[in-house]
Design a protein around this ligand. Structure first.
Ligand code: MG
Length: 382
């Protein structure tokens, strides 16, 4: 029985991963959540892990009370996440926490030599060079959970990486596809939280609306598959049926299709290389009838361009863009800034926050902090 530890177990990816665990009878060794103690305690009672971690320390006592009759170690904060990531009691760590906070646990898991199912894209965006270098040195496998990267990973099976001409990264276009900047001036968080195809957490849903999600995925693809930015083509595909594809030297294009359900890529990452029945539904192409493909609108969705500019420049620039975006998105969700200001703040941070080389984790952390501080300052000035 394969053993799994899950960081972010109460989120959208975490709960769907537990559906996969239920289906295949995997053993859960540890669970971690940000602040949802009720759900975390219920999960702990169901799966009997060795340890649970609540990231928010103010919730630790409540968790202790809920689990006082269980023999489960209770951890908290970044130390707790890292203790779980460093433990050797699981075969694979699913990292599905939201944001840059996922980077250090990823590095700890690599240090411990544990394979990772990676759903935390900010890990690779902010610290891609460190993560990929350390993983290669330790012989650690990183299985992408993001649907697009899973599709690319699946399309690479049986083929040689050095025969890739390019990858085609598909984008749904988000809830504001076809809109102009004028249309988007008065958008509120509630409007942006309605995604047409995917059911996801708040941060990623806003990132999908600004197309920053695709920008982050562009950077993620660069690191995961060792590509030059010029080898990645973003294509808007409204139906989210083709999850991405790879074009080879002979111009053969191999892609992966399926219904838009994260359980397929989650299961592939957890059970690789096995293909067994997944708790989802089959794809009916005739129900869709037509699949469409278009170029993205870079002018309306400047976040996308920012991310591509950042990885083209390299160094700490992607960490700055990521940090600025995280800060801006939380402020948008809190109704403190407008929708278009997210991209303006990210572009501002991109231009004004000092960059440099990525030598170690602390460099990334500093760049991230500086970008967030820049965004907060701009918002306070208003
Ligand atoms: Mg994705």
């Amino acid at each position: 029985m394969k053993k799994v530890a899950i960081l972010g177990s109460t989120g959208s990816i975490g709960t769907q991963a537990l559906d996969v665990v239920d289906k295949h009878g995997m053993q859960v060794t540890a669970l971690a959540a940000n602040h949802n103690v009720q759900m975390l305690a219920a999960q702990a009672k169901k799966y009997h892990p060795e340890a649970v971690c609540i990231f928010d320390p103010s919730k630790a006592e409540a968790l202790q009370n809920l689990l006082k009759d269980e023999r489960i170690e209770i951890l908290t904060g970044m130390d707790g996440l890292c203790e779980i990531a460093s433990a050797k009691s699981h075969d694979i760590l699913l990292n599905s926490v939201v944001g840059m906070v996922g980077l250090l646990p990823t590095l700890k898991a690599i240090e411990a030599g544990t394979d990772i199912a990676l759903a935390n894209k900010e890990t690779l965006v902010a610290g891609g060079s460190l993560v990929m270098k350390n993983a290669a040195e330790k012989g650690v496998n990183i299985y992408p959970v993001d649907s697009e990267h899973s599709a690319i990973y699946q399309s690479l099976q049986g083929n040689s990486m050095n025969r890739i001409r390019k990858v085609i990264l598909t984008a749904s276009g988000g809830p504001f596809f076809g809109k102009t900047k004028a249309d988007l001036a008065n958008v509120r968080a509630a409007d942006a939280l309605k995604h047409p195809n995917w059911n996801m957490g708040n941060k990623i849903t806003i990132d999908s609306a600004t197309l920053m999600n695709k920008g982050l995925e562009f950077i993620e693809a660069k690191w995961l598959f060792d590509l030059d930015p010029s080898q990645i083509e973003i294509v808007v595909h409204r139906q989210s049926v083709l999850h991405s594809a790879v074009e080879y030297e002979d111009y053969a294009v191999i892609g992966q299709m399926g219904v838009p359900d994260m359980k397929i890529p989650i299961q592939y990452a957890l059970l690789y290389p096995h293909r067994v029945e997944c708790p989802t539904r089959p794809l009916s192409l005739t129900d869709y009838g037509t699949l469409t493909f278009e170029k993205p609108d870079y002018d309306t969705f400047d976040c996308l361009r920012c991310a591509i500019d950042a990885i083209t420049e390299g160094g700490l620039r992607p960490a700055i863009v990521n940090g600025a975006n995280e800060e801006a998105v939380w402020n948008f969700l809190g109704d403190r800034i407008g929708f278009l200001e997210i991209a303006e703040l990210v572009r501002g941070a991109m231009e004004h926050v000092q960059g440099g080389e990525v030598r170690c984790y602390e460099d990334v952390l500093e760049a991230d902090k500086a970008a967030r501080a820049y965004v907060r300052e701009q918002i306070e000035k208003k």
